[in-house]
Ligand binder design. Sequence first.
Ligand SMILES: Nc1ncnc2c1ncn2[C@@H]1O[C@H](COP(=O)(O)OP(=O)(O)O)[C@@H](O)[C@H]1O
Ligand SMILES: [Mg+2]
Length: 252
Amino acid sequence: MKMGQKISFDNLAEEPYASIICYPKPNNVELRKRLKELQRLKVRLIEFSGDKEVFNISILGKGCVGIVTIAYVNGEKVALKIRRVDADRAKMEMEAEMLKKANSVGVGPKLLDFSKNFLLMQYVEGDLLPLWLEKTPETTRIKTVLHRILEQCWRLDKVGLDHGELSHAPKHVIIDCKDNPFILDFETASINRRPSNVTSICQFLFISGQVAEKVNEKLGLKDKKMIIESLRTYKAFRTRENFEKVLQACNV
Ligand SMILES: Nc1ncnc2c1ncn2[C@@H]1O[C@H](COP(=O)(O)OP(=O)(O)O)[C@@H](O)[C@H]1O
Ligand SMILES: [Mg+2]
């Protein structure tokens, strides 16, 4: 990972940091508001490091809603999600609520705090799933991680929380150094839809797309028809028994 600078709170009003706090374009009123929020959240330092870049500055990640960086709160290293000024939502509250619900069944980085424009959560050091798969030769480790991801999706299904973006999730699963997967980004999650986490992630991991191809290449081709059939049954009757048939069909 590219190392970056630690910028103390007092210097965040300077460029290019102001433009990251108010990505993609700063304005004075917004910047002042956001700095006050950071102060309230006790963010003392922001560390600009990671594999992504904006304005030549390293960050952990960037999506449609946020810029994610490392921050320090009470000396603890955490992940800070900054709402983009051009995001299609006015606040982070809903995402915080959804993440908290996911946390209640042991899924996702732990939610630490939030404000209108920021969300503080556990920092997960690791690789996104596609890169992790590329780097990991042992099939038993791959099976274990895929099994853990499916179990997490089962728990989300059970608690009625639909993630919403798991059918294409190259940027939404990080694996840490202990082979623990973390499902990220609950900004499009909902408790008002019929949850389809298990079916969506199976689509992504085993049925179609580059990650599925890589998984098939590493673990050997599986009977896709059988997987699809087991998912159909699971979808109709979301029981533990039917979920275990999905695990069997996927061979994880
Ligand atoms: N808790 C975290 N620890 C480490 N990296 C993270 C964490 N949360 C997000 N990231 C990184 O930031 C990227 C964007 O985060 P995400 O929540 O998906 O933002 P968006 O809602 O804007 O899509 C992720 O793909 C991931 O690489
Ligand atoms: Mg995202």
